[in-house]
Design a binder for this molecule. Structure first.
Ligand SMILES: [Zn+2]
Length: 152
């Protein structure tokens, strides 16, 4: 999948405004955000759909989403609520066939509704804006940790 846009971002061939990366997943700013601070979490290894995703990665992606949601709330981003959104398959609205979870900050009066169409994204911004927001979220992440699962 050499021409996959998310694989190219992960390889560093296309710039992105990163907020988080570990050995399994990467998270960066969506370039067509529903609201400022809209993030994508993608597995570092190409998986086109949920069926292709390593079963270990599902819980990890969700755990990272929880951490990013907390990070958004503590950043400069206007964030009173968060939507997690994943489209698995074309019929579900998947547009990039490298599975990804959207983490979307919401606030009252953002006029996006509960079942917004990702295709009709209203907010346009620049790389510079995304870098600035990403830096704020990264700083917030340093101060927002989710409790580790206790193994008893
Ligand atoms: Zn890919």
């Amino acid at each position: 999948m050499t021409d996959c846009i998310f694989c190219r971002i992960i390889r560093g061939e296309i710039p992105a405004s990163y907020v988080y990366q570990d050995e399994l997943v990467s998270a960066f700013m969506d370039i067509q955000p529903v609201n400022p601070g809209h993030l994508l979490i993608v597995p570092n290894t190409h998986a086109s759909s949920l069926a292709d995703l390593d079963s270990k990665l599902g819980p990890h992606i969700f755990q990272v989403a929880m951490r990013l949601a907390a990070g958004l709330r503590g950043s400069t981003v206007q964030c009173e609520g968060v939507n997690l959104y994943l489209a698995d398959g074309k019929a579900a609205g998947q547009e990039v066939f490298h599975i990804h979870l959207h983490v979307i900050p919401r606030f009252s009066g953002d006029n996006k509704g509960a079942f917004f169409a990702l295709r009709s994204r209203g907010h346009s911004d620049q790389k510079q804006d995304r870098d600035q927001i990403a830096a704020s979220i990264r700083t917030s992440l340093l101060h927002n940790t989710i409790p580790e699962i206790r193994k008893e």
